[in-house]
Design a protein around this ligand. Structure first.
Ligand code: AMP
Length: 594
């Protein structure tokens, strides 16, 4: 039996952690990096890149790279990636869970390299607000990556588990989790080692990526005001602007102003245009404030569901990279009349909590027990009696939102028409009274009912929601005991057959053929940016230099000279910066040369 790990599969970054001797720790890559950017791509030689190596090429090669795939989990959104260099027209298309499987596979590999043992099982976290389809897709991704997924748990719950405040008194804790692509707020109750989620709310389409995009638009506006022309709309230039926006955002978390220096962002005739300006923290805050207001509304809803007032909260925990933004901390503190606690690493506590839960499940001596809740009400479409008579299409809730899992509940329904011999059981999740306004999870027909007058046939619908968030629906016709069962795997993501799973694993393994190559590529680049990619870039630059003249030739020669100096001195940071600059420059001249 291999090792069991906890995985935070994040929108922006992912981490893998393990429990040893009752203590959880996040496992680093060979360079000590605890985070793996949730980014996947193909190098210009067609090699699979996962993590920092993929992220590094994102701005220069957005058509070969994908980020923030988590936003698409549970859908059939297709990502087409180019395999190979500019001349290559070979592409491959992936589903979101296939991309996530690559990230999970890289984390498994990282853990195995660090531990020197095989890793076979995992607990994976998802936002509390993830739908059943999104959870299912996450589980499938884990299976394709070669992991038995013991449980899918909610991120804020994991964070609370990791938060080592174990007082004897019962504490009400609010977990505010703002990451790269998702927002969650949960109210949890911690009593000794038991963590129970009382309520949770959120928006799985809100996070740091949105702040980056707002800032990107703002930068584009400034460029247009300065130069009277728009920033070119091609993906590579826009990706550069987005990357600049993220860097500025991070700088503004610790500085009041951030300089913007993006050379060769566009052109007017033969003149190259640059963006050189400064963004103040207050400008940035004005851009994101409306988005943060939405998160405060979600706090109020979660508190109201938990039947608590802000004063009832014993502490507030911030989770996710975006909570490093001072305005986030300030708005949460002002809204709740209490400052969030310090001392937890907002980026790591979810993975640590997942590892603790993994430890509990495999019987390690871990001081934590998890009680989780379902994030959405589950029920079926049914007719109801209204002042206007009996109306169909109402949402009849069988398991209400925030019920503690695992949970089983039944309701009994009757037939509507005389001699009705069949009923359609349509299952939904959501909070709207009208069934169709909620998320459909699946449907099936119960047939062969005995004829009789309206209301004479009683059908019991039983919902069974397990620890991994999988719903099994069973219907029983009360008279005859006739049964029908449906395991809900919805929204186009079907459970893979064992043959399909085997095939998906083989496909993934084929991409990971040179396992070591991926690990060392990541490691080498961090340690010594003079990697093969840089060699190719320098080669390209030298060839381009021969085709240029005047100011551009001088600029390029200058860059190459500086890079040679930095390489001679072994200045890793300068090399990285110059590499990025050189790549931007080459992109600019090649895309602006007729
Ligand atoms: P997570 O999903 O928790 O890994 O959070 C990632 C998000 O946090 C990304 O949008 C990052 O840009 C953002 N982030 C990380 N560090 C900071 C920082 N110091 N200030 C602002 N945002 C940050």
């Amino acid at each position: 039996m291999g090792k069991t790990v906890g995985i935070d599969l994040g929108t922006t970054n992912s981490e893998v952690a393990i429990v040893e001797a009752g203590q959880a720790r996040v496992l680093p890559d060979p360079d000590g990096d605890l985070m793996l950017p949730s980014c996947v791509g193909f190098s210009d030689t067609g090699k699979l890149l996962v993590g920092r190596a993929a992220l590094r090429q994102y701005a220069a090669a957005p058509d070969r790279t994908v980020r923030s795939i988590k936003r698409w989990m549970g859908t059939d959104h297709q990502t087409t990636l180019r395999i190979g260099g500019i001349e290559s027209d070979e592409t491959r298309t992936f589903l979101p869970h296939e991309i996530s499987a690559m990230i999970l596979r890289a984390l498994k590999q990282r853990a195995e390299a660090t531990l020197g043992e095989e890793v076979t099982q995992a607990v994976i976290t998802v936002p509390a607000y993830f739908t059943d389809a999104q959870r299912q897709a996450t589980k499938i991704a884990g299976e394709i990556a070669g992991l038995e997924v013991l449980q899918i748990i909610n991120e804020p719950t994991a964070a609370a588990l990791a938060y080592d405040v174990r007082s004897e008194e019962t504490e009400q804790v609010l977990v505010y989790d703002l990451g790269g692509g998702t927002f969650d707020v949960s109210v949890v109750e911690i009593t000794g080692a038991v963590t129970e989620v009382l309520a949770s709310h959120g928006n799985n389409q809100l996070g740091g990526d949105d702040f980056d995009r707002r800032l990107q638009l703002h930068l584009a506006d400034q460029f247009r005001q300065t130069h009277g022309v728009a920033v070119p709309d091609d993906p590579a230039t826009q990706a550069r602007l987005l990357r600049a926006a993220e860097q500025i955002k991070v700088t503004l978390s610790s500085h009041a102003f951030a300089p913007v220096q993006e050379a060769f962002l566009g052109s007017k005739g033969k003149t190259a245009l640059h963006l050189e300006t400064e963004i103040s923290r207050s400008d940035f805050e004005a851009l994101i404030r409306p988005l943060l207001e939405e998160t405060l509304e979600a706090i109020d809803r979660a508190l109201s569901d938990a039947k608590l007032q802000p004063v009832d909260l014993d502490r507030i925990i911030l989770v996710g990279g975006s909570t490093r933004i001072p305005l986030v901390q300030q708005m949460v503190a002002d809204h709740l009349g209490q400052a969030p606690v310090d001392g937890v690493q907002p980026d790591l506590c979810v993975a640590l909590g997942a590892a603790l839960q993994a430890g509990v499940l495999v019987g390690e001596a871990v001081d934590a027990i998890l009680v989780d809740v379902i994030p959405h009400s589950l029920g079926i479409s049914a007719a109801m009696s209204t002042p206007m008579g009996i109306m169909p299409g109402f949402f009849s809730v069988i398991i209400p939102r925030n019920s503690v899992v695992p949970v089983s509940r039944s309701e009994v329904y009757s037939t509507l028409s005389p001699n009705q011999t069949a009923v359609e059981i349509e299952i939904f999740q959501g909070e709207n009274e009208v069934a169709e306004e909620n998320v459909p999870l699946g449907s099936y027909r119960v047939e062969g009912l005995p004829p009789g007058p309206p209301g004479s046939i009683k059908i019991e619908v039983h919902f069974d929601f397990d620890l991994s968030g999988i719903l099994t629906v069973t219907t029983t016709e009360k008279g005859k005991g006739q049964q029908g069962t449906l395991v809900v795997n919805n929204a186009g993501i079907q459970r893979l057959s064992s043959h399909e799973l085997k095939q998906a694993r083989l496909d993934l393994e084929a991409l990971f053929v040179s396992d070591e190559a991926i690990a060392t590529l990541d490691a080498d680049q961090a340690e010594n940016p003079a990697d093969p990619e840089l060699a190719v870039l320098i080669d390209q630059a030298q060839q381009t230099l021969e085709t240029l003249e005047g100011e551009q030739a001088k600029e390029l020669q200058d860059l190459l000279d500086q890079l040679q100096d930095a390489l001679a001195e072994g200045e890793a940071n300068t090399i990285s910066e110059l590499q990025a600059e050189l790549s931007d420059f080459l992109y600019y001249v090649t895309s602006n040369t007729p």
